[in-house]
Write a protein that binds this ligand. Structure first.
Ligand code: C2O
Length: 546
């Protein structure tokens, strides 16, 4: 195993998209940021220097961070932000994970442009559990605003309204041929007849689950979130923000040019969304060169309708681990979290333009009716480690405060969550089950729920209200898929299981960034009870303080 050192400089860089140039926050001037490639077992050391005018942190999405929670990155959870002019070095070891992950800023909406792929190859000398592809290509799906994304979210926070939707989706930072002023930069993905290309697809979009497909080519799914899967073949995949999916495509079609394309899977009702399509070109190396003016149009694929939940369900039901896995059979901590939106009344002293949500309210979101508020002068992990009182409370409800018809007509009295920095304490080693239940408050929606510091098994998914008496019989405790982000079905539920074997403070949140801002998050505090320092490494000396 190697130690790999990198430097990330966070800086403002002019980036031109959709006919306009914006001063864009990037890493090392690159958008998307650099791809990191490591082998399982390697140690990554990344020195992040902030030369931008915003506070920033970097999160290594999906990396387990076994006992290295100080390197996880979410601001005010495991560290204070890196202030302009300052640096922090993230240091962690890849332990047992293989496949595609990614890294991104974990501060306000900076991850709109501060993100990149993190590819984990098998250990030196070890092979994939599938035939080695001739090529590998990261496919980063993103969202672009023809504006400064930080201004977009600031305005929404100040007014209580929903933020503007994006102006384009992107593949590897490029909107592609269907957008104005964009065909110059369209991403080209090579393939050749008889070859296999492994596409490492990452949904880095801020707020939008996306369908992805390639014209005329079958997709063989072999992994997701850096865990292998029993291979299956499909025409289209869906990724919630945060999720990754590895697919093999074969060069078995006439050698010409084909579009790969992504566009919205929109499950929320009556909510505005960006209804455009991003494309890249899959180009056979032996394809005749398109001579100027004679443009050979690539073949366009068809994509599901924006609200095609049936396709999403069929796709996620195909997920299996490659073999029998060890799912905790007995459960020590059985938690039930509702996830959903809400509308809070505005305080009396607010002026009218601070309450521009529906009927003079502000949008909000919650788990178990608690809208999560980040601390602002110390991180939760630091506060826990140093015993600082008054930063958080450990009374996050492990069950909904009242039972209600979650997916039915919910009474208005349940639309206003309470605010708090409430965490759930879990004993080290505990076998945990969490039922994630969507609610129809404001609108039901497919929420991508991401847990830091862990992979978990998704043992079941379904629609309606989870019923412990009849739904438990549907649990797959044999070969369920392992992931770090679960797309909880709209108007439905998902059940995850894991062993709390990694001490630290781990945020669990909806990966739609608009929902994090509204409070759709909580923190699981895992401690072995003998003091954190005996269970995790000491904080690095350069850990940013507030
Ligand atoms: Cu990929 Cu907390 O995020």
């Amino acid at each position: 195993a190697k130690i790999q050192e990198h430097e990330f400089v966070i800086q403002a860089t002019p980036v031109k998209r959709l006919c306009n140039t914006h001063s864009t926050i990037t890493v090392n001037g690159q958008f998307p940021g650099p791809t990191l490639e490591v082998n399982n077992g390697d140690t990554l050391v990344v020195k992040v220097t902030n030369k931008a005018r915003y506070n920033v942190t970097i999160h290594w999405h999906g990396i387990r961070q076994m006992r290295t929670g100080w390197a996880d990155g979410p601001e005010f959870v495991t560290q204070c932000p890196i202030r302009p002019g300052e640096s922090y070095t993230y240091r962690f070891t890849i332990q047992g994970q293989e496949g595609t992950l990614w890294w991104h800023a974990h501060s306000s909406w900076l991850r709109a442009t501060v993100y990149g792929a993190l590819i984990i190859h098998p250990r030196e000398g070890e092979a994939y559990p599938f035939t080695k592809p001739k090529r590998e290509t990261p496919i980063l799906l993103g969202e672009w605003w023809d504006a400064n994304p930080i201004d977009v979210v600031r305005q929404a926070t100040q007014t209580g309204a929903a933020p503007n939707t994006s102006d384009a989706y992107t593949i590897n930072g490029q909107p592609g041929d269907l957008y104005k002023c964009s065909s110059q930069g369209t991403t080209i993905v090579p393939i050749d007849s008889g070859e296999t290309n492994l596409l490492r697809v990452i949904n880095a979009a801020l707020n939008q689950p996306l369908f992805f497909t390639v014209a005329n080519h079958k997709l063989t799914v072999v992994g997701a979130d850096a865990s292998y899967l029993k291979p299956f073949t499909t025409n289209v995949i869906m990724l919630g923000p945060g999720q990754t999916t590895d697919v093999l495509i074969q060069g078995d079609q006439p050698p010409t040019r084909y579009y790969m394309a992504a566009r919205a899977y929109q499950s929320a009702q009556n909510a505005p969304f960006d209804n455009t399509t991003t494309t890249a070109i899959l180009e056979y190396k032996s394809a005749p060169c398109p001579t100027k003016g004679s443009s050979i149009k690539p073949v366009m694929p068809s994509l599901p309708a924006y609200n095609d939940t049936n396709t999403v369900t069929a796709f996620s039901k195909s997920f299996r681990s490659p073999r029998k896995v060890e799912v905790p059979a007995e459960i020590d901590d059985n938690l039930f979290f509702t996830i959903g939106l809400g509308l809070n009344n505005c305080p009396k002293n607010f002026n009218a333009n601070q309450c521009q949500g529906p009927n003079g309210t502000r949008f909000t979101a919650s788990m178990n009716n608690v809208s999560f508020v980040l601390p602002n002068n110390v991180s939760i992990l630091q506060a826990h480690h140093l015993g600082v009182q008054g930063v958080f409370t450990t009374d996050f409800p492990t069950q909904p405060p009242v039972k209600f018809d979650y997916t039915g007509n919910v009474s208005r009295s349940l639309w206003q969550p309470v605010q708090g920095t409430k965490v759930t304490k879990l004993k080290f080693g505990s076998r945990v089950q969490i039922v994630l239940q969507d609610t129809s408050i404001v609108t039901p929606e497919n929420h991508p729920i991401h847990l830091h510091g862990y992979d978990f098994y998704i043992v079941a998914e379904g629609f309606g209200n989870f019923d412990p008496n009849k739904d438990t019989s549907k649990f797959n405790l044999v070969d369920p898929p392992m992931r770090n982000t679960v797309a909880v079905p709209v108007n439905g539920w998902a059940v995850i299981r894991f062993v709390a074997d990694n001490p630290g403070a781990w945020i669990m949140h909806c990966h739609l960034d608009v929902h994090i801002g509204w409070g759709l998050a909580t923190v699981l505090l895992v401690d072995n009870g003998v003091g954190l320092l005996q269970s995790i490494e000491p904080p690095p000396e350069d850990l940013p303080l507030c």
